[in-house]
Design a protein. Structure first.
Length: 187
């Protein structure tokens, strides 16, 4: 019977490969562990917002951010409104008007939230498209759309959440060409 012998060089290569393999396996499971622990914070809302269920808006923070009855903050996908509360920026032109219009549209009302790809942003705000049910439209008033169309918001694309990005860019062009909202007051 022939003996199988490994040289020191072969052993060090095998040990190195094993270390790389263990490291890769550890890293592959590490983000999943973090995601699971972070998702535990939002599970009750995820269930409610991925279906056709409605959630109540308890507070409007600014033109593109709201707080819902679960206590979570929701950031509107695909749009950006002038700043009101940014720690490094002063109050921007049309920020109050955007917030006030958002209040008129959603505050103390039930809304339907639609997810794109991302669950949350880096600040743990839910990322959603927002709809207010109306008798005129079965799907409701598309708030993100309205704010851009009427000049209260800019189109703002942050991949991978791009479902309506072309639509929002076209609405922004129309609002700018027709001098609506901030395109009339802030330029």
């Amino acid at each position: 019977m022939r003996k199988f012998r490994l040289s020191k060089k072969k052993i060090s290569v095998i040990v190195g490969l094993l270390i790389l393999l263990v490291s890769a396996i550890y890293q592959a499971f590490q983000p999943k562990t973090q995601q699971i622990s972070n998702q535990a914070k939002v599970i009750p809302t995820i269930v409610a917002t991925q279906s056709a269920d409605l959630v109540k808006v308890v507070k409007v923070i600014d033109g593109d951010t709201i707080k819902i009855e679960t206590g979570q903050t929701v950031r509107y996908i695909g749009i950006d409104t002038p700043e009101l509360h940014h720690p490094k920026k002063k109050l921007e032109c049309f920020g109050k008007e955007a917030r006030d219009k958002n209040k008129e549209l959603v505050e103390r009302k039930f809304v339907r939230l639609e997810k794109d790809i991302s669950e949350t942003d880096r600040y743990w705000r839910l990322l959603r498209y927002v709809y207010v049910p109306t008798t005129a439209s079965p799907s409701g008033e598309f708030v993100n759309d309205f704010l851009v169309r009427e000049g209260y918001a800019y189109a703002a694309t942050f991949p991978p959440d791009v479902k309506y990005s072309d639509h929002f860019r076209n609405l922004e062009i129309q609002a700018r060409e027709n001098n609506r909202g901030l395109w009339n007051k802030c330029l």
